[in-house]
Design a protein around this ligand. Structure first.
Ligand code: TYM
Length: 326
């Protein structure tokens, strides 16, 4: 059984990119894996967020995990800040990571480099993420394409730690889905769909109404020329729609393209396919949010189980580095 860990920030509504890049593969493999999935609330603190909003979104994200199909009886679901070993291990790893390698992280370059007011937490963000993963001796980390560089850093940190202190940490691998690994924004198809892009038209939120989904797909930006061809570099708009259709219905985007001569027909089919895929998720989500006490219980139990695994890894790492046992 592979040990698996992944996480999602509760910094906004879960969207189609989160589902196709991450959540869907978590659900597909939940019978196979020994999996730990966390809501990374500490990472959400690296960008300004209102405290009440963070609390609310943490619970909503937990509901989203279950609504997407995760079964808390099969996987361990928890909130990152409830398991103290994450930040303890992150400190140990910070004492092995270099400024240079963190400076090369594209996320930091995009969001903060060169700005003196940027928070230290945003800079050290990838080390906390490495701690999330390494604390569970994870073999596999199912994520979307945008997290690849972070997993590479995690591997570097683990290898370096092991070289210096002995065989303590498991070196993980990213698993990135064949379709849906990089869902693009519907309004700016050269940018990934993201919680932080303000235009709501560009993003399909997982639990939005069918009408909203149809409307957004209909308004999606397509490329110049009016033929339907699959060419992600040259024609990112229409290619993104074909990717979404492939992700929702199976089949390959290039083959699906041959069925269409008009954007309008393609958009109608993409909209319908997405609505059909998401309708059961939305129904479960609404039900779950009507009784948050159940969610709280799931998260408490998850944190207890996760702490046992993560504490043991922390203890191993701390001892290897020479910290005196209490
Ligand atoms: P986050 O919260 O931005 O995204 C959560 C997951 O969704 C995937 N994803 C996408 N996949 C395809 N297309 C998109 N447009 C898209 N947008 C997001 C992400 O790749 C990710 O798998 N740093 C992480 C959170 C994290 C984490 C971890 C992940 C913290 N600790 C440990 C794995 C393991 C992040 O910000 O993801």
């Amino acid at each position: 059984m592979a040990r698996v860990l992944s996480g999602i920030q509760p910094s906004g509504d879960l969207h189609l990119g989160n589902y196709l890049g991450a959540l869907r593969q978590w659900v597909q493999n939940q019978d196979r894996d020994d999996a730990y999935y966390c809501i990374v609330d500490l990472h959400a603190l690296t960008q300004a967020i209102d405290p009440d909003e963070l609390r609310r979104r943490t619970l909503e994200t937990a509901a989203g995990f279950i609504a997407a199909g995760l079964d808390p009886e099969k996987v361990t679901m928890f909130v990152q800040s409830h398991v103290v070993a994450h930040t303890r291990l992150a400190w140990l790893l910070e004492c092995t990571a270099s400024m240079g390698e963190l400076n090369r992280m594209t996320q930091f370059k995009d969001k903060g480099r060169g700005n003196d007011a940027v928070k230290v937490g945003l800079f050290t963000y990838p080390v906390l993420m490495a701690a999330d993963i390494l604390a569970y001796d994870a073999d596999l980390v199912p994520v979307g394409e945008d997290q690849r560089q972070h997993i590479e850093l995690t591997r570097d940190l683990a290898n370096r730690f092991n070289f210096q202190y002995g065989d303590v940490l498991v070196v993980p691998e990213a698993t990135i889905p064949a379709v849906g690994a990089r869902v693009m924004d519907l309004q700016q198809p050269d940018r990934k769909m993201s919680k932080s892009i303000p235009s709501p038209l560009g993003r399909i939120d997982l639990f939005e109404s069918a009408e909203d989904t149809m409307k957004k797909v209909k308004k999606a930006v397509t490329d110049t020329g009016d033929d339907v061809t699959y060419d992600p570099d040259g024609r990112p708009g229409v290619s993104n729609l074909l990717d979404l259709l492939a992700a929702a219905t199976g089949g390959s985007p290039a083959t699906l393209a041959t069925n269409y001569t008009r954007f309008g027909d393609l958009k109608a089919d993409v909209g319908t396919a997405l609505v059909e895929m998401l309708a059961p998720l939305r129904a479960r989500y609404t039900e779950l949010m009507s009784d948050p006490s159940e969610l709280t219980a799931v998260l408490r139990k998850g944190a207890e189980k996760a702490s046992i695994v993560a504490d043991a890894t922390y203890d191993r790492a701390a001892a290897a580095m020479g910290l005196l046992a209490p």
